[in-house]
Design a protein around this ligand. Structure first.
Ligand code: F6R
Length: 254
């Protein structure tokens, strides 16, 4: 595991975008696993900027998003479909048919989860999975207590996540109670993983995930067992890690 220390959110966004760019340059038909939320917005902005400058080409790239609210349609402004189009897809030359997001309108959970697992397999697996982290250590919508061997599944959101996501909705009551999410097993099968974390709110979850016991109580702690993980986090998110460890060049910790 490599941990890259960023000064602030802008620095984090540039560093994360550099890692994603390197993947796309080295493998123009890369399969990128993507996340929504506030963490990756700056990273996506930076990728758009480099695309506009002619430095990046997404024409052969495929994407597979981590999750989507169950019950929201793509037209819904709070859907992750809408988020991805507004924050990335509409500004780069990715082909719509190469982008994948769980279908929030599908009421049959088993059918949608099987379909999504097949999408991941048919793409040949994910080359680079981008992840944010919840303040309770969740990744995707894999909440504390989740079994590590789950593939795509329908999740009942915890109170903690409903509260955290309420900022994107008119009121907490409007936050959907269910979501489709890739499982930990799908995430762990990605060839490489890039987790980004910003702000003091993430400091405990990040520390527990990286140095605590590997336990379903902290879903991101499973990443300790993956052999190709990069963490890019700002100093606030790293505050607890930095109290115990130095991060030296090349992402190594001591
Ligand atoms: C989003 C996702 C979530 C977020 C996490 C952090 O697709 O899967 O796990 O990454 O909730 O959210 P932010 O970045 O808003 O703090």
């Amino acid at each position: 595991m490599r941990i890259y220390r960023a000064k602030d959110y802008n620095d984090l966004s540039r560093k994360a975008a550099n890692i994603i760019s390197a993947q796309v340059i080295m493998k123009p038909d890369a399969v990128l696993g993507l996340a929504t939320g506030s963490s990756p917005i700056g990273t996506y902005k930076q990728l758009i900027d480099w695309y506009k400058k002619g430095d990046l080409d997404f024409s052969e790239v495929k994407t597979i998003n981590l999750d989507e609210y169950k019950g929201l349609s793509p037209e819904d402004e709070q859907s992750y479909y809408h988020f991805m189009h507004t924050n990335l897809f509409d500004h780069i030359n990715i082909k719509q048919e190469n982008t994948n997001i769980p279908n929030g309108r599908e009421e049959d959970s088993e059918k949608e989860c099987n379909r999504y697992d097949n999408v991941i397999n048919e793409c040949g697996g994910i080359d680079l999975q981008l992840l944010g982290i919840g303040s309770n250590g969740h990744i995707g919508f894999n909440e504390p207590g989740i079994s590590f061997d789950k593939t795509t599944h329908c999740v009942a959101l915890t109170e903690n996540t409903i509260k955290a996501n309420a900022r994107f909705f008119i009121s907490e009551r409007d936050v959907p109670r269910y979501a489709y999410s890739m499982g930990i097993k799908n995430i762990m099968q990605a060839k490489s993983i890039l987790l980004i974390a910003s702000g003091e709110r993430k400091a405990d979850a990040l520390y527990e995930s990286l140095f605590g016991p590997i336990t379903p109580a902290v879903p991101a702690s499973i990443l300790q067992l993956h052999n190709n993980v990069s963490i890019v986090a700002d100093e606030e998110a790293l505050s607890r890690v930095l109290a115990d460890h130095d991060i030296i060049s090349g992402g190594q910790i001591s």
